[in-house]
Design a protein. Structure first.
Length: 233
């Protein structure tokens, strides 16, 4: 184990986890959750890169209805989305930054600053949004309001094509009021994602499915990014 890995483990164990427990989250199997009877409202720490000198990580969040979760009694892993989530995002999507955000732990006298900064980000951005979404989901119940159009397995082929183009996968494909809504961790400022998803949307629109007349691409927060209409709309 490198020095950076050792410091990261210490920072999570001695600082990050106690701080989140003080905020009302419980920790289990490496993730943290808000107590709720019908939903898993979870937060995870995800390492996203390391070398000999530093370890980088980010924070992930997810909300899943327990009725939708196929796991054998175990709660989901917020770092590994399955498509069953009502919502999934990385913390950078909630913060006033342009794109992803991560923290870097490396040996030195100020190594703990990164951990403390990530705790502050959870306190001010992640936790309020997770609570807001949990409250809204609890008010409407665990049943999805949208109809699933394609299952995660059925999305594998199109997601493989997105992966080839270095575009984030489609997390959910749902039907909402004659609209096929595609949800993914995309950004309006990403022209490659827009171009590739334009082709994906046109493919869906030419399939001749009468259940929808347009395709909407929304980010993980439910904000519409691009809307594509069929020729008859």
């Amino acid at each position: 184990m490198t020095a950076a890995q050792e410091l990261f483990a210490e920072g999570m164990r001695e600082h990050f986890a106690p701080a989140l427990r003080a905020l009302g989250l419980t920790d289990q199997r490496g993730s943290f959750g808000l107590p709720a009877p019908d939903h898993w409202a979870l937060l995870g720490v995800q390492p996203i890169g390391q070398d000999e000198y530093a370890l980088r990580y980010t924070v992930t969040l997810s909300l899943t209805a327990k009725a939708d979760w196929p796991g054998p009694g175990e709660r989901p892993d917020p770092n590994t989305p399955t498509g069953a989530e009502l919502w999934h995002a990385r913390i950078g999507e909630l913060m006033p930054v342009d794109g992803e955000i991560c923290w870097e732990v490396s040996p030195g006298p100020r190594w703990l600053v990164a951990v403390e900064d990530s705790v502050a980000a959870v306190r001010h951005y992640a936790l309020p949004e997770l609570r807001r979404r949990l409250t809204a989901a609890a008010a409407t119940g665990p049943v999805r309001l949208a109809e699933t159009y394609l299952s995660p397995a059925e999305l594998e082929e199109v997601n493989a094509a997105l992966l080839t183009a270095a575009v984030a996968r489609i997390q959910r494909a749902e039907l909402v009021d004659k609209t096929l809504q595609l949800t993914g961790a995309w950004s309006r400022s990403d022209p490659v994602a827009q171009e590739v998803l334009t082709g994906v949307a046109q493919g869906f629109l030419t399939a001749g499915d009468d259940r929808f007349r347009q395709v909407s691409c929304v980010d993980s927060l439910g904000r519409e990014l691009w809307l594509f209409r069929g020729s008859g709309s």
